[in-house]
Design a protein around this ligand. Structure first.
Ligand code: SF4
Length: 332
């Protein structure tokens, strides 16, 4: 099979030699799994290393399979598709971006008449980060001013967008007329809830370019409705993920305290993988309060039996924050 992403095999082989790794665990996002067999067998043929391919989901740099690696007794985790969240992990881990070989020219041409204004904030996923200079040049040739988002928050590179931390976009929001995001809907949808600027998304895989204006409006209405429901509810459960990059006991404890003060009943639910299925039997709960991956509350909201709210949304529901303030600072 021809690999359509750069799996950086040379780097992996070098790292295996450097660590003298006898057993490795490969974590790879679902979209890259179709090519994982070739990857694993190539590594085994070229080293004396035993390779384990993780079938578990691999959502982000937050999601390092430490427990799996511990049980499999591996010396090295090879994590594809994301950049690190934390510098200290108990098992040596290398992060490989899996850069795409896709040409962006066609989708850039298609986007030309959809961009709004003169100053355009640009960002993309790690897979296309090397192409951002091409995007910048393309916009400059159109007489536009391209501003690459800075390296802030969990973003490891300037111009990198991730689904849970939009600090880089917020930092330049006052200086741009719109944001131009190259990537899937996942990242641009989050951007809609983080910054109050037009979001133009160009998907290089489908060659589609869309303005997310209407999607933003309906998302905000649904978030408002969920908050209103929470105001009238009594039974709350705080969701605490045990994934290394999502575990946030401080926020969970703070919210538990604040909700209790309002004389509502509240408990904590923990899991490595929080999903609509894993929560479906907690039927007494009215509202789930999500301190894990914030995207559960946005992308998967309709799949949960009960409302699932983000920390700031709960603060609005219990009167500790104003709705307008939430919109100003961004729901995400
Ligand atoms: S917390 Fe969610 S959005 Fe952020 S990296 Fe992890 S899976 Fe992606």
């Amino acid at each position: 099979m021809t690999l359509s992403y750069n799996f950086e095999l040379d780097r992996v082989l070098k790292e295996i030699n450097r660590c003298n790794a006898k057993r490795i665990l490969i974590q790879i996002p679902d979209g890259l799994k179709p090519q994982a067999f070739t990857l694993a067998t190539t590594i085994e043929k070229n080293t004396k290393t035993k390779v384990f391919l993780s079938a578990s989901p691999c959502y982000g740099g937050c999601d390092i399979a430490i427990n799996q690696a511990r049980i499999l007794n591996v010396d090295l985790i090879v994590h594809y598709g994301h950049t690190p969240f934390r510098s200290e992990l108990e098992i040596p881990t290398i992060f490989l971006s899996a850069k795409s070989f896709l040409d962006l020219n066609s989708v850039l041409k298609k986007a030309e008449n959809k961009l709004i204004g003169h100053d355009i904030g640009i960002a993309t996923t790690i897979q296309h980060i090397d192409e951002l200079t091409i995007v910048e040049k393309h916009l400059k040739n159109l007489g536009l001013n391209a501003i690459i988002t800075p390296k802030e928050g969990h973003s490891y590179y300037s111009g990198q967008i991730i689904g849970c931390d939009y600090t880089p976009l917020k930092k330049i929001s006052n200086y741009v007329d719109c944001f131009f995001i190259i990537g899937s809907k996942f990242h641009s949808l989050g951007a809609c809830l983080a910054v109050n600027k037009p979001i133009i998304q160009a998907d290089p895989y489908t060659n589609e370019v869309i303005n997310l204006k209407d999607i933003r409006k309906s998302l905000i209405v649904s978030r408002y409705t969920a908050i209103e429901k929470a105001k009238k509810s009594n039974n709350f459960a705080i969701l605490l993920s045990t994934k290394v990059g999502q575990y946030d006991p401080k926020t969970a404890e703070m919210l538990k305290k604040e909700i209790s003060r309002k004389e509502k009943d509240v408990t904590m639910i923990s899991a490595d993988e929080i999903s609509p299925d894993s929560l479906s039997n907690f039927q007494e709960v009215d509202i789930f309060v999500n301190t894990a991956c914030p995207r559960l509350a946005i992308d998967d909201a309709a799949k949960f039996n009960n409302s699932i709210l983000l920390p700031k949304e709960i603060l609005v529901a219990i009167g500790k924050m104003e709705w307008e303030n939430l919109l100003d600072t961004g729901i995400l």
